[in-house]
Design a protein around this ligand. Structure first.
Ligand SMILES: Nc1nc2c(ncn2[C@@H]2O[C@H](COP(=O)(O)OP(=O)(O)O)[C@@H](O)[C@H]2O)c(=O)[nH]1
Ligand SMILES: [Mg+2]
Length: 340
């Protein structure tokens, strides 16, 4: 299919075209990636923006249940909802959302929804890039809200926080000591902490947990991108469908405030810059990791160990072979790593 034809179908919001476009973007093949880039460029002018909501939480906390209830509520309000997953640990057969489609039974059957499991690839950088592209494709397809779910595995929350406009941390009700189990970095990235399962026997514990986190959030450094009262903690019951409109209201209050004060655009601009820098790094590293490059690197490394060649000379020799264009300026690879 022509890229321009696919672009038009995506812009019309056709879910099959969107799925196909995401498959292109997820492909490891260089020609597919080139097509995906061409497609994203063709779609870049659409000017459509979704509200991108990142959702993180440990397995069992109720992410899928929350997304099902929350997504259906948004659809009820006339919105179109896309759900993407980031799970660096997922294998082709066991993608987190795929196994969960039963939990999202109603949502997955709604014509206003689009659900996509995590790409099956373990390398986090690759997953991050593919998810970014998938989010951009969903935006171009006219989805109003893009929910990006991640299980709390290693650095995947950071990836999701970095591609969302609003980042939610979902927690379960728990005793007092549990607070320490949440990594500080995640707390600092969260715009809202949502304590789920505030129902039945768990209701009182949920309320207490929520109060604990409200207190903890108040102790964090104040961020310029937050209005009064944020980040904030709330309780919900995804199962009994309680408190979800309140979560949406707070998200919209935050979004409106950030838009009005320039933080929305600034955050997106900063994200775009970081993605560019990452893409650059990934591309350079990929060039060093072809089988030929690895072989050459192993040989040169052995020579360096044996004292037969100076490290700098070995590096230059290797670059001259695999990347003649930049071999003259090896110091350009020496740029300081940013902390992101
Ligand atoms: N009591 C209660 N149970 C819930 C709630 N939300 C989810 N659960 C249950 O928690 C378990 C894990 O839910 P799931 O959505 O699969 O969690 P995930 O692993 O984070 O996606 C399931 O048995 C759900 O029925 C809730 O609001 N209240
Ligand atoms: Mg799940």
């Amino acid at each position: 299919m022509e890229i321009s034809t696919l672009a038009k179908a995506v812009l019309r919001g056709e879910r099959r075209a969107l799925a196909r476009a995401i498959t292109l973007a997820e492909s490891g093949r260089a020609d597919h990636r080139a097509q995906a880039t061409e497609l994203l460029e063709a779609l870049g002018q659409s000017g459509r923006q979704a509200i991108r909501i990142g959702l993180s939480g440990t397995p069992g906390v109720g992410k899928s249940t929350f997304i099902e209830s929350f997504g259906l509520m948004l659809i009820d309000q006339g919105l179109r909802v896309a759900v993407l997953a980031v799970d660096p640990s997922s294998k082709r057969t066991g993608g987190s959302i795929l196994g969960d489609k039963t939990r999202m039974d109603h949502l997955s059957r709604a014509p206003e929804a689009f659900i996509r499991p995590s790409p099956s690839q373990s390398h986090l950088g690759g997953v991050a890039r593919r998810t970014r592209d998938a989010v951009a494709l969903c935006e171009a397809a006219g989805f109003d809200v893009v929910l990006v779910e991640t299980v709390g595995v290693g650095q995947s929350e950071t990836v999701v926080a970095d591609l969302s406009d609003v980042f939610l941390l979902l927690l379960a009700p728990a005793g007092g000591d549990e607070l320490q189990g949440v990594k500080r970095g995640i707390m600092e990235a969260a715009d809202m902490i949502v304590v789920n399962k505030a129902d039945g026997d768990l209701k009182a514990t949920a309320t207490r947990t929520c109060a604990d986190y409200s207190g903890a959030l108040r102790l964090l450094r104040k961020r310029p991108e937050d209005p009064e009262g944020f980040p904030k903690a709330m309780t919900v019951s995804a199962l009994e469908n309680n408190g979800l409109p309140g979560v949406w209201d707070e998200i919209m209050a935050l979004v409106d405030w950030r838009r009005a004060h320039g933080h929305w655009d600034r955050r997106r601009a900063e994200q775009a810059r970081r993605w560019f820098e990452e893409e650059l790094r990934e591309t350079v590293l990929a060039r060093l990791q072809t089988p030929e490059a690895r072989q050459m690197g192993a040989n040169l490394g052995a020579q360096v160990e044996a004292g037969q060649i100076a490290p700098a000379r070995a590096a230059q020799t290797m670059l001259a072979a695999i990347w003649p264009e930049i071999a003259d300026t090896p110091e350009s690879l020496d740029a300081p790593q940013d902390s992101a």
